[in-house]
Design a protein around this ligand. Structure first.
Ligand code: F6P
Length: 319
């Protein structure tokens, strides 16, 4: 394989630039030509393809977002769109593709794989909702953004003795809320994977009040529902003064942490190794701190579960 391409797809995540940089630098180091495909699958269809040089990825390792831009392409969900994409790859002599993104992006990779085009998926999403890897690129940075925000909110929550509901991202997964809940010492964590009894939450607030804790921080994953509605439910039930913060897209930005930069570099480089070995239809990941790869079709059939031990720990430590 002498020519490979790289694209980012779906929601951007801090660390994607570090992964792009690793693909380009590793490829050039091994005498490959590396092509950047801008604007994800839509850019592939439109032929937004440019040869990358070592300098193309200079000074981006510390930058959030993706220098290749991204998109969510409806056209690529169609057979015709996928064939147009393959046409473009062939036109540029590209023989293998690294796709950095989440599960939606990997479905596109699966379609290309089924059409005989070698692809390797690199899990890049803040949601950490991809099976086959302990962590996705962007998750650690988003976690740090959340806990910095929660720490700030805790100051005012204690000063006013209020109950704060903080809504975090994660799409249908609860990892961001769960890990941030433990790391920030939230009194309660609500995740879509675990049905939480409302009365338990109320009971925890009341028992905290009885021992003199006059404020609460409740993290709710967006997959559970609206933080505003949940805060209103608490206010109606307890008459407590509540406030809500929806963290939104600040969780998607920021300079990637060292952990995310290192993970992105390792996974991007591994993806190039696999293509050089002629292996497509794979997804790279990290498990027990080892870089691994899986059949991408298997990954898409798997259901990812949150770290149950973290869930129980969050309950124990917020007693
Ligand atoms: O998948 C990453 C993510 O940030 C989710 O956590 C969130 O639900 C979604 O993207 C938001 O999508 P958009 O950026 O299109 O609003």
């Amino acid at each position: 394989m002498k020519r490979i391409g790289v694209l980012t797809s779906g929601g951007d995540a801090p660390g994607m630039n570090a992964a792009i940089r690793a693909v380009v630098r590793k490829g050039i180091y091994h005498d490959l030509e590396v092509y950047g495909i801008y604007y994800g699958y839509q850019g592939l269809i439109n032929g937004n393809i440019e040869k990358m040089e070592l300098g193309s990825v200079g000074d981006i390792i510390h930058r959030g977002g993706t220098k290749l831009f991204t998109s969510r392409s409806l056209e690529f969900k169609t057979e015709e769109g996928q064939l147009k994409g393959i046409e473009q790859l062939k036109k540029h002599g590209i023989e293998g593709l690294v796709i950095i993104g989440g599960d939606g992006s990997f479905r596109g990779a699966m379609k290309l794989t089924e059409k005989g085009f070698p692809c390797v998926g690199v899990p890049g999403t803040i949601d950490n909702d991809i099976p086959g890897t302990d962590f996705t690129i962007g998750f650690d940075t988003a976690l740090n953004t959340i806990i910095q925000s929660v720490d700030k909110i805790r100051d005012t929550a204690t000063s006013h003795e209020r109950t704060y509901v903080i809504e975090v991202m994660g799409r249908d997964a609860g990892d961001l809320a769960l890990w941030a809940g433990v790391a920030a010492g939230a009194e309660s964590v609500l995740i879509p994977e675990k049905k939480e009894d409302f009365d338990d939450i109320i009971g925890r607030i009341e028992s905290g009040n009885q021992r003199g804790k006059r404020h609460s921080i409740i993290l709710i994953a967006e997959g559970v529902g609206s933080g505003v509605e949940f805060a209103n439910k608490i206010k109606e039930k307890m008459g407590l003064e509540t406030r809500v913060t929806v963290l939104g897209h600040i969780q998607r930005g920021g300079s990637p942490t060292a952990a995310d930069r290192a993970l992105a570099s390792r996974l991007g480089a591994k993806a190039v190794d696999l293509l050089m070995e002629g292996k497509g239809g794979r997804m790279v990941g990290i498990q027990n701190n080892q870089i691994v790869d899986h059949n991408i079709l298997d990954i898409l059939k798997m259901e990812r579960q949150p770290e149950v031990s973290m869930y129980h720990l969050s309950k124990e430590l917020s007693i």
